[in-house]
Design a protein around this ligand. Structure first.
Ligand code: AGP
Length: 615
């Protein structure tokens, strides 16, 4: 989810590029850089951290020039640092490249290039592209031809912009797969390139959008488009009417809506490059636990807050069943006030989207103090939690902007599933054919989630919202691995619509909450056809017998539940361990559309912050 801005024209490229990168700030990033060509030389300025660091760098060492490219990085390979910041140059310094996406075969390509004597200066996959282009950019070869040849060797989604000092009048941009967009903007006597429209909307509203396997040579006077195979193209020129902020959300009204609907893609990114279905292997390159350490483990202690805590409650089922590890799941904010029994045979898991939640960091310190192996599941690369951990599994969902966590939650479920399979392999509790089956189930998951996110389902949620938006109390019930989903569904509703909602283990109804049931207390039940289905049905009957209203989340082929519940939201079947990834999506959508119907501030609910960095 990196940000790219390019410019060629009569004005100062660095100023226009820096302003454009600022407009992509919502995408989140951990480093930034700019390259400009002037008097036949390429000048680069890069810095780690916020864009203000790069701006200060440019103030101290300004770069003049009329053509340039800039980049804000959301690290996927190589930690956030100046050396890993884009742009990256080829070995002879004749060109620079910025990239959005992932070069899946960068290890092999890097090995081949190093065998040719090329020395790498960063840990990024992007640098491979710069050297590849440099390899072909010799003699009378054009930059366009060199880019074309380099792109032909890449696997995985990539969007790039290249700039050379030999051809200082052009930028060459190319797109492979769906790694963030490439917009080519037409100005008056100047041209722009951007990964996202907001970066250049103030300069132009006339844009061409590259599709996968397309490229463009952009000069001050216009652009020439072609396929990566070299076939000329005349793509459609769009007139954009959106304002910058709404453009950042694309066709969505809120970031939360966008993040809910992009979960099929974000889960694909979470899984990408981490499973070998044929061999039944999981690759978690930053999990350093040795086989001996894994076999010696006596317990797993999970610590987190809020939605991340709910994710860990689901994960407990995965680690107990697949890795045969006793699991304790603790509220991080409570954990530190106990005398926790931890030692060097404890694996401590911390899930934290932001990586900066102070209660979670404090609980991790307890683990560190007792010599436990710290593994964290984090979205923000290089954040505090990642830095203090022995092992890290990144969520790879791209920045999550909406305060209410959605795609990070489903990513953390998948990351725990991957970690549990990996631990099972290390501890010998999961034979390879069982691992293959588990990973086959996982490989199907993004498609199943995609079916849940079909826009054709939206009218149903809008009708449910219209029916229920005025209620003031909700009860959510789940059992077994879907009890935590009842908690999560209730949290989603309460934090964005301000309706009081309570998640409860279904089996606990008869021990108190059933006294609440009447026609003013809608009850959401999570009831896939798993081992506790029959018990859930009896809960539904108990609620109905007291005049309650039931909204059931149920399997698409379950005809029976519709005879019991007044409202049914259908989900595709999945394995029990992965069913929470599916059952949570309808609850995210229900909360979203109820909040919208109530006119709530969905992305920035009152009193809340995206990352709670204070106690
Ligand atoms: C989730 O919707 C909430 N915004 C909140 O509970 C959040 O999950 C919690 O603050 C933990 O945040 P973290 O994952 O960044 O540590």
């Amino acid at each position: 989810m990196c940000g790219i801005v390019g410019y060629v024209g009569p004005r100062n490229a660095a100023e226009i590029i820096l302003e454009g990168l600022r407009r992509l700030e919502y995408r989140g990033y951990d480093s930034a850089g700019i390259a400009v060509v002037r008097d036949g030389e390429i000048e680069v300025r890069r810095d780690v951290g916020k864009l203000s660091n790069l701006a200060r760098c440019l103030d101290e060492q300004p770069v003049e020039g009329n053509i340039g490219v800039g980049h804000t990085r959301w690290a996927t390979h190589g930690k956030p640092s100046e050396r890993n910041a884009h742009p990256h140059a080829d070995s002879e310094g004749q060109l620079v490249v910025v990239q959005n996406g992932i070069v899946e075969n960068f290890r092999e390509l890097r090995a081949e290039l190093e065998a040719e004597g090329i020395e790498f200066r960063s840990d990024t996959d992007t640098e491979v592209i710069a050297h590849l282009i440099g390899l072909y950019y010799h003699g009378d070869a054009s930059l366009e031809a060199a880019v074309r040849q380099a792109m032909a060797q890449l696997r995985g989604p990539s969007a790039i912009v290249a700039l050379s000092k030999r051809e200082p009048g052009i930028l060459v941009t190319a797109r492979l797969g769906n790694a963030g967009g490439v917009a080519v903007g037409y100005g008056e006597g100047e041209m722009f390139i951007a990964s996202d429209m907001p970066a250049i909307l103030e300069h132009t509203r006339r844009m061409v959008f590259l599709e996968s396997r397309q490229m463009a040579v952009v000069s001050q006077d216009g652009a020439a488009f072609s396929t990566l195979e070299g076939k000329p193209l005349q793509p459609k020129l769009h007139n954009i009417s959106w304002d910058p902020v709404s453009a950042a959300k694309g066709e969505y009204k809120h970031f939360m809506q966008k993040e809910i609907f992009e979960q099929a893609n974000s889960l694909t990114d979470t899984i990408r490059g981490r499973v070998d279905l044929g061999r039944g292997e999981v690759y978690l390159e930053q999990v350093t636990l040795t086989q001996r350490q894994a076999q010696d483990l006596t317990q797993l202690v999970s610590v987190a807050c809020g939605t991340s805590f709910h994710s860990e409650l689901v994960g407990a089922f995965m680690f107990e069943r697949l890795a045969r590890l006793p699991v304790r799941v603790e509220y991080a904010s409570e954990f530190r006030y106990r005398e926790p029994v931890l030692d060097d045979k404890t694996l401590m898991l911390a899930i934290t989207q932001s990586g900066e939640t102070v209660d979670t960091l404090a609980a991790m310190e307890e683990g560190r103090a007792h010599g436990s192996h710290l593994v964290s599941i984090v979205n923000v690369i290089g954040s505090a939690a990642a830095r203090v951990s022995d092992s890290v599994v990144y969520m790879h969902t791209g920045p999550e902007i909406g305060v209410a966590s959605t795609k990070a939650f489903t990513a953390s479920l998948v990351d725990q599933y991957l970690l549990a399979v990996h631990l099972g392999a290390l501890r010998g509790t999961l034979p390879v054919d069982e691992r293959r089956r588990l990973l086959d189930d996982l490989a199907r998951l993004p498609d199943l989630v995609g079916r849940l996110l079909d826009p054709a389902n939206v009218p149903m949620y809008e009708r449910l919202a219209q029916t229920f938006f005025h209620y003031t109390n909700f009860l959510y019930l789940g059992r077994g691995i879907n009890f935590p989903i009842a908690l999560e569904g209730a949290l989603k509703l309460k934090e964005i619509s301000y309706i009081h909602a309570e998640g409860y283990p279904a089996g606990e109804m008869k021990h108190g909450p059933i006294a609440l049931i009447d026609e003013n207390m809608p009850v959401v039940v999570v009831a896939p056809q798993d081992r506790v289905y029959d018990k859930m049905i009896s809960q539904v009957e108990q609620v109905r017998a007291r005049g309650g209203i039931v909204i059931a989340v149920a399997d698409e082929d379950d005809d029976f539940i519709a005879t019991k519940a007044q409202h049914v939201i259908r989900i595709p079947k999945a394995s029990e361990l992965l069913s929470p990834v599916l059952t949570v999506v309808p609850l995210q959508l229900l909360a979203y559309y109820v909040a919208v119907r109530r006119g709530a501030d969905v992305d920035q609910p009152r009193n809340l912050a995206k990352s709670v960095t204070v106690e």
